[in-house]
Design a protein around this ligand. Sequence first.
Ligand code: PEP
Ligand code: MN
Length: 264
Amino acid sequence: AAIETTGNQRTVVKLSETCVFGGKQVPVIAGPCSVEGEQEIMEAARQVKASGAHALRGGAFKPRTNPYAFQGFGEDGLKMLAAAREETGLPIVTEVLTPSDVELVSEYADCLQIGTRNSQNFKLLEACGKQPKPVLYKRGMSMTIDEYLQAAEYILAEGNPNVILCERGIRTFEDHTRNTLSLSAVPELQTRSHLPIIIDPSHGTGHARLVPSMAKAAVAAGADGLAIEVHQDPKHAMTDGAQSITPDQMDGLMVNLQRVAEAV
Ligand code: PEP
Ligand code: MN
């Protein structure tokens, strides 16, 4: 059960030999918000790998606020991600929007992401619980910690123990950030659950300039990993450019994260 903390046994979730959540390592999942094309995702994969990231992210199915906005490349996007994995060896993390797509996404991805907007789509949680790949399950933007852990149980109850929790910011009155990043969720969830908990400082702030500080703070707080949006040309990103850091910034951040990890 997600909620119980019987003993000190932590769940360890492995995306690859070199990307393990819930142990000593603090893996970083990095890449663009959306898969934007074959060349684009390949280049992004090379860059985040060179920075030292442990997994590649990129959305092929995008949960957009506006139905006329870019919705992602779907299965073609999954194929582009698989090609990027083939070349770089990085495991891939990508979002699944609906139960009917779970089987398809599971064929390509190393880890299925459930987004904040689907956090209480219990049928999707169950479907992800029935397939064998690990699940990156993001907190709902208006979910309490208690609701979050109860919902995570929908995945575990179907027999999939490999769940990574992710705090990605919640809605508050404050509007200088896109969301309010609740860093205290890290120690709180580690007390209440055995599941690894990672931080997404990109959606958590909405501003690239705030991402490095929050990423470092997350590691200092004991986070089990990070998910960071990186884009070659943030100004022209198809989605979430404002919160995407550049490959150069990613290089510098990875060095500093290493220093913080050694200090805590
Ligand atoms: C994303 O990771 O690009 C995404 C849509 O995240 P969230 O569900 O946290 O908004
Ligand atoms: Mn995004």
